[in-house]
Design a binder for this molecule. Sequence first.
Ligand SMILES: Cc1cc2nc3c(=O)[nH]c(=O)nc-3n(C[C@H](O)[C@H](O)[C@H](O)COP(=O)(O)OP(=O)(O)OC[C@H]3O[C@@H](n4cnc5c(N)ncnc54)[C@H](O)[C@@H]3O)c2cc1C
Length: 478
Amino acid sequence: MAPLDAVVVGAGHNGLSAAITLARAGLRVQVIEAQDRVGGGLRSLELTRPGFIHDYGSAIHPLSVASPAFRQWPLHAFGLSWVQPPAPVAHPLDGGRSVTLERSLDATADGLGRDGPAYRRLMRPLLDDWEGLLGDILRPLPRVPGHPLTLARFGVRGLPPAEGLGRALFRTPEARALWAGLAAHSILPLSTPGTSAATLVLALLGHAVGWPFPRGGAQAIADALRGYLEHLGGEVVTGVRVRGPGDLPEARATLVDSSPRVLLDILGERAPAAYRRALEGFRYGPGIQKFDYALSGPVPWADGRVARAATVHLGGGADEIAASEAQAARRVSARPYVLCAQHTLFDPSRAPAGAHTFWAYAHVPSGSTADIRPQVEAQIERFAPGFQGRVLASRVTDAPMLEAFSPVFHGGDVNGGSGTLWGLLARPVLSATPYRTPVRGVYLCSSSTPPGGGIHGMAGYHAAYAALKDEFGLREEV
Ligand SMILES: Cc1cc2nc3c(=O)[nH]c(=O)nc-3n(C[C@H](O)[C@H](O)[C@H](O)COP(=O)(O)OP(=O)(O)OC[C@H]3O[C@@H](n4cnc5c(N)ncnc54)[C@H](O)[C@@H]3O)c2cc1C
């Protein structure tokens, strides 16, 4: 056997994307995964009853279809197919009303009434150059942008807090609620500078590529990445946890798809004190608590139009969502913002005939084990009276359970680190190549590096290019 060129610790989408990038450059790569199957946050499991397939972590994948890395790779040839619901997002309001983010920018604007023109003016210039913009932001910052005009426009709109910008731009409760529901994905108080950027990206993706999900379960993305990697000659070993430098096979480069703390274990005594201190002080965001349901029928939404989208934002109006997110890092509000997914309306392969699954989570303080089921289910009942009567079985996953599942989800933080501007810039440390560690040949490639959380493979992709340049003298991207 030829010696390994590179070893990747962890087979989340970032570890697999790093390995694919290295294998495409002709290197011999091995991936070592602690769990018995690849995927990390992309696992799909029968969490409630046999025949009900639930996404343990990630559920909705606009970033995957838009990812510059995934778009180059033939993942469809390895079993990945997308389900595209008619509307990306539905947001029910009290009184049996709702507002939707539609695939079409014009249809969304039309649904926003007198706020339609403001929404159109905000989104149109970004949508016209969405691929260029994503290429500029799904990588470490600051860099010389490829599309400076669009990036500048995005920066001007993205830097203010989402709460203030939503209030300044929109007058109707519908438009303000839709904006706040998108902004709350940032898992930050909506008064935080930069939260408008996350909001804009999510709305933009809805119009550019929709908010689809893989047929059969999120696992299909991970399995397709593994299939492509093996087709390129890469190897995957499962069921082996790397605890220190002694557990690694010999290779010129090691890429770690895990938390900064696990990286420190792998670096061992080789980590300089200053780097160790920086990683020990790495800032995480709040956690989440997750709920999976097996249902006897579809969710009985008061407004039937909510069934046009797989993603549903529960939380009522903009002020209510802002109030709930303002305190999420400290305590859970009586009326939390709940992010939901209803896959089986569009993909019946995930449940027995006539039955459905339902996926939901709410933000909680880091590491919280508090039982928030009553608040979460009250929010679902508020917009879907009779929901509880359809529950056949359910499963709660709290923040410590998520961290035990993958160390990347420290304290239940699904984004692998705080999403503040500083948290995105200094991830895990302030550096032009944040993937590189002070130890020659060792790189971090998880969502605790730019561009952060979400399923796009871009942290793995950029980390692999750093290794290819440093260790193997490669200049051109392949
Ligand atoms: C409940 C939940 C909902 C989410 N919803 C969405 C969503 O809808 N859309 C979206 O885009 N994103 C979503 N996310 C975020 C997304 O899942 C993460 O950003 C993503 O999984 C991070 O990928 P990663 O490769 O960095 O880490 P992970 O996915 O955590 O993968 C890391 C892998 O490395 C392995 N590993 C770690 N340390 C070691 C070691 N020492 N030895 C061997 N193996 C190791 C782990 O077992 C794991 O398999 C969600 C996450 C959660 C938890």
